[in-house]
Ligand binder design. Structure first.
Ligand code: CAA
Ligand code: NAD
Length: 298
């Protein structure tokens, strides 16, 4: 199957990055959001990211100014699901909520052409549970990108027990055309990375609650001690505490193991609406984005 037109559902942290990368790779992209204001916000993020890549320059893996404008000319935002009807692949990157995802995939299934591939960027929800909301289980896969999408090379390509082999191969080749390195995995909760990463991030919160160190001490320790580009609290705020919180519930439901349970502090930050960078405050306060101030919660 030849993919030409890409639909992306959601223009948030991940949807905007996926749309940007697909447009840069030469695909026509239509991004669906529930309100124009989210498209405007997501497209502003794309503008910022593309400008950084132009500043970096093609010789260092960035872009030329021409490539930036070509990318933006291939991007279209819409709040009308009908605009996705002729897409060859639709990549869903909406809120990590199974009911919302199932409802949206079912609506799309009735509109989008029958041979289109459906992909979900879910971090933790069973791809099988999402595919059953549609009448195209054999054309449904997981394409799990990493944040920030323009910078992270890897995509987990997730097959279910129903995925048709030629659909899986088409999705795998599509990931390569996006300039990504695909990794094959199957529909197990958390796939590969989050199965290992989420317990680490939650343990960092528990270590902090137990007084092992301050937020910055723990961040610095993991950066300087293990060479991580971001410490766990910086990464949690980067991923989004709301998304992380949703992921912990899905993973705890699956494994019923304490290491996947949300620490009390994470729940309180989310209840307070402190979602991290995206809301201006999480484990750090981003009033001055260049100098985030760590919170003191214990
Ligand atoms: N778009 C374009 N360029 C970007 C960018 C973006 N979004 N983010 C960073 N860059 C560029 C910067 O312009 C900079 O380029 P120059 O060196 O030319 O100035 C370069 O990348 C480095 O950026 P920074 O100086 O801001 O900081 P950094 O060196 O730390 O790199 C980072 C930023 C690539 C995000 C790095 O911090 C990193 O890799 N962090 C870890 C991210 C991570 O772990 N992601 C996975 C999260 S888990 C997940 O995604 C799965 C899930 O389901 C939750
Ligand atoms: P986000 O909150 O930044 O964006 C979600 C977007 O979905 C919002 O803009 C919202 O308006 C939109 N949305 C919600 N319901 C919608 C609907 N019915 N139709 C259209 N748009 C709708 O979240 P995010 O961080 O981009 O996460 C999106 C998905 O990607 C989640 O499944 C998440 O688990 C996954 N993911 C997140 C990360 C990360 O680091 N944040 C990494 C990999 C995968």
């Amino acid at each position: 199957m030849n993919i030409k037109k890409v639909g992306v559902l959601g223009c948030g942290l991940m949807g905007s990055g996926i749309a940007q990368v697909a447009a840069t790779a030469g695909f026509d992209v239509v991004v669906l959001e529930q309100d124009q204001k989210f498209i405007d916000k997501g497209f502003a993020g794309i503008e910022k990211s593309l400008s950084r890549l132009v500043e970096r320059g093609p010789e260092k893996g960035g872009l030329t100014a021409e490539q930036k404008s070509q990318t933006q000319s291939r991007l279209k935002g819409t709040t009308n699901m009908q605009d996705l009807a002729d897409c060859d692949i639709v990549i869903e990157a909406i809120i990590e909520n199974v009911e919302e995802k199932r409802k949206t995939h079912a609506q799309l299934d009735a509109i989008v052409k029958k041979n289109a591939i459906f992909a979900t960027n879910t971090s933790s929800i069973s791809v099988t549970e999402l595919m059953t909301a549609t009448k195209r289980p054999e054309r449904f896969i997981g394409l799990h990108f990493f944040n920030p999408v323009p910078m992270m090379k890897m995509v987990e390509v997730v097959k279910t027990i129903a995925t048709a082999p030629e659909v899986y191969d088409t999705a795998y080749e599509f990931a390569v055309k996006l300039g990504k390195v695909p990794v094959r995995t199957s529909d197990k909760t958390g796939f590969i990375v989050n199965r290992l990463l989420v317990p680490y991030l939650l343990d960092a919160i528990r270590a902090y609650e137990e007084g092992v160190g301050s937020i910055t001490d723990i961040d610095e320790a993991m950066k300087l001690g293990c060479g991580y580009p971001m410490g766990p609290f910086t990464l949690l705020d980067f991923v989004g505490l709301d998304t992380t919180y949703y992921i912990t519930h899905v993973m705890f439901d699956e494994f019923k193991e304490p290491r996947f349970a949300s620490p009390p502090l994470l729940r309180r930050l989310v209840l307070a609406g402190w979602y991290g960078r995206k809301s201006g405050k999480g484990f750090y306060d981003y009033t001055d984005p260049k100098n985030p101030v760590p919170g003191k919660f214990v």
